[in-house]
Design a protein around this ligand. Structure first.
Ligand SMILES: C[S@@+](CC[C@H](N)C(=O)[O-])C[C@H]1O[C@@H](n2cnc3c(N)ncnc32)[C@H](O)[C@@H]1O
Length: 267
């Protein structure tokens, strides 16, 4: 079994929580809002009408939740130290889903994989939560990096030189393998035999189904697959339509999360 040696890796621990108070979270980075200023004013008023604790961010407003990600200090540190923009901040709950799945998958045989890396903030947040440069597994990161193959979807900095910059970001992390190229072709000669953790975040269903076609059978029993956009509607609905069908044929159900992610537990 490919388990981390407890002596070599000190896993993050949870502090005792106070029962009489919790942590609120508020980010005003939204997607799909017609009048952001008016929306912000309304949300700020809505917050005054609910009992604590509230969470607002990443198109999610909820209250009377623990906001566990903000009470897990090692996670909070890893998340804060890797913030590069306001979106990274807003998606803290999504990041914590990755971090908790990763904690679980450290104990499952196989490597870690992210398909759709961009600048690597997701990978780095997870690794820094679980040991930083001492993270005990190989972590593969697949992306075209220097351009975005999805028309109209290029993110800030997606131009020649991005791949080199991401390699530089991970220079202290010898277990990271950044594979540059278009998926699924870039899997050729660059693919783990066994996968414990698979995060798919390509923002296009063709690429994501191609990744599943190649990698799902390599995911170990007990491993976790996270589909970043599965539960987002609008332009992402094709992901739900086709990924539901793909998993249904294999007798799996995707767990739809309020964060917009979908989770599959491999048997
Ligand atoms: C939303 S970003 C990934 C964000 C990253 N997972 C994070 O947590 O910060 C999506 C990425 O998928 C990449 N991508 C989309 N389709 C691809 C394909 N077929 N092959 C390789 N990369 C692809 C894009 O270049 C882009 O960087």
């Amino acid at each position: 079994m490919n388990l981390p040696d407890k002596k070599q890796l000190s896993l993050p621990t949870l502090d005792k929580i106070e029962l009489d108070h919790g942590v609120n979270f508020e980010s005003h980075t939204y997607w799909g809002v017609r009048d952001p200023q008016r929306f912000k004013e309304l949300m700020q008023e809505a917050i005054t009408l609910v009992t604590t604790t509230h969470f607002l961010g990443d198109n999610l407003f909820t209250w009377q939740r623990n906001n566990s990600m903000l009470e897990d200090k090692p996670f909070r540190r890893a998340w804060e130290e890797n913030l590069l923009n306001s979106s990274d901040e807003a998606i803290v709950w999504r990041r914590y889903i990755l971090a908790c799945a990763a904690y679980h998958c450290l104990h499952v045989p196989g490597d870690f994989v992210e398909c759709g890396v961009y600048v690597g903030t997701g990978i780095k947040t997870v690794m820094d939560y679980l040991g930083g440069p001492e993270f005990p597994k190989t972590f593969w990161g697949y992306d075209t990096y220097d351009y975005n193959p999805v028309e109209g979807h290029a993110f800030a900095g997606q131009q020649e030189g991005l791949y080199d910059a991401v390699c530089e970001r991970f220079k202290e992390y010898s277990q990271v393998r950044l594979v540059k190229g278009f998926l699924p072709q870039s899997f050729e000669n660059n693919i783990p035999d066994q996968v414990a953790f698979l995060h798919i975040d390509l923002n296009n269903v063709e690429g994501e189904i191609a990744v599943l076609d190649t990698l799902f059978e390599r995911v170990s029993p007990g491993g976790i697959v996270i589909l970043d956009d599965y539960e987002w509607s609008g332009p992402y609905r094709p992901q739900k339509q086709q990924e539901d069908q793909w998993f249904d044929q294999r007798r799996y159900r995707i767990f739809p999360l309020p964060t917009g992610q979908g989770v599959v537990l491999k048997r």
